[in-house]
Design a protein around this ligand. Sequence first.
Ligand code: ADP
Length: 630
Amino acid sequence: MDRMKRLVRRPVRSVSVIRSIYLLILIAALPVLVWNDLVHQLNANLTDVLLWFRGPVHSRTIGEIVLVAIDDTTAARYGPLPLRRAVLAQGISRLASFGPKVLALDILLAESGQPKDDDALVKALASLPTAVLCAARRSDPQASHTWILPLPAFAGSHLIGHVHVEPDSDGNVRSIPLEEVDGGKRFWALGLQAVRAARHDEAPVEKPDSLELGSIHIPARAFSMPAVRPEETLARRLILINYAGPEGAYRRIPFSSLLDNTGRPEDFRGKIVFLGVTAQGSGDRLFTPFSSGIGMSGVEIHANVARTLLDQDFLIPLSEPGEFAALILIGAACVLGIGTLRGIRLFGALGLLGAAIIVSCFVALRLGQIWPLGTLVAGFVACGSVTGLGEYASVATALRKSERKQREYAFRVQAIAHEIKTPLTAIQGSSEIISDRDVPDDQRAQIAGMIFKESKRLTQIIHTFLDVERMATGSLALEKKGLDLALLCEDVLERARLYGARKKIAISADVPHMAVQADGDLLSFAIYNLLTNAVKYSPKGTTVLLTATERASAVHISIADHGYGIAPGEQAKIFERFYRIKRGPSDNEEGTGIGLALVKEIVSQHGGRIEVDSHEGAGSRFTIVLPNQS
Ligand code: ADP
């Protein structure tokens, strides 16, 4: 029974085991699958989408920042660009008179102009409480100077900040190096310098994992990377820019309003002012996660850096161990799903897991953490598809199994109908005889006894069928025990002889006492079936012989008749379910073609085999060969 049970249950268990093994291999391969450039790019793009959904930030300090824009109007009225130095000096000195806290200038002052105009600009800058000038990295690596710096006359004692930004491979600016070193010179970012000047902070204190700008803790880890020139190493501290929103999130005042005296002092007083070019034709436009179409001016990007620092509204990427742990969790959830859920529930759970990944990334973003949605989605898709495909395969297997079971069930129903027909016919015939008044009493009693026996036999058949069915589903074991074959055959012969009487067929037997290991009911059923077949497929008045012999390793039980015989081409087919041989009118026996299929099933469940030796017109010999385990 155990063996059969195992046989029945093994496919289901093995599918789960194989799927779990696949999943574990997949988890091991996850690092390769999810840490590649494609997935990194996907991470960046999906984070952009989440940022869009998050929308503009609620900032405490956004009002402290003002952009003074050298825009298209300014260019049209006071241009061309770059603005003449005299015009720049005039606007800045006007701005200085309004008392801003800081002026951060995103305009390179690397070349000299008319001495008179340069003097005017130096004076204008000096009249500001604090100014931050900018330095840009030269893009040509062979250039003799690595930085484009303000002329010393302009620089004076003002702070200098770099305006270097490096878009990602898709052209979007998502982060900025707070610290940029090149050619032995190091500069902090313009936005950082502007905040530092506004808060009168000392230079940032450098720690391996952060920068401390006064009371502002900036979570920017230092890392080195190869510079463009191979002899150098670039030290960098990148931070993600937490954009306040799309372009236009900051108050923006045209530079022309300073020149034509329409600017209001209160718009500038005490503010951190970023001055830069925003005119569309200037070329200083870059794409950000919020950009649509024309991009964002460089000066607004620097303002966003300052806003991120002032609000301490940092976006911190999840660490690699954190990412790995999240992936393991996703894989584990899939394994758990496979182990505990089936079908629609499993797919529902996978859907929920996918939704949970997206929601948790969004919640994390609102809390200032950037979780790698692309990596997690890639991990989820990889694990989920293995789970889903595995489930599909097991559903398909289950479907095939249930179809097979349905066919077998139909077969059994027909088999039982067929098998109960024989005793029923006997009961019917006998009751007809018994109802005849001329039947002598002693014969009547004998026939009544036969009816009783046949009805008992009906019950027996039903039990046998139920047992065969239960055995096939693995819920019933063969009840094998040591039996005396002669005693078992005696009982079977008694019934078969009654059955043979209707065709005047005598059944003789030569079965010595020998022990066999078998399920008595099932073996009786098989022998009885072969005996009744021998009667059914033999002409009236012939004989049938039942013999049993014990050979070296097996017991041979043979049923031989002098019947119609079976053509060689049919001999293998008669054991198939529902197969019947179509003979002429001489064979008018009813049947369904199931009996021999059942006999074969019973014999093979005993570990034996059935053989047939038959010659057309001469007769047949069916032999049950059982392994001798006595
Ligand atoms: P059924 O008796 O219901 O037709 P079986 O599976 O018992 O079904 O037998 C299958 C076929 O094998 C029968 O139709 C019959 O033609 C043939 N057959 C079985 N036993 C014998 C036999 N002893 N002699 C000749 N033909 C036989």
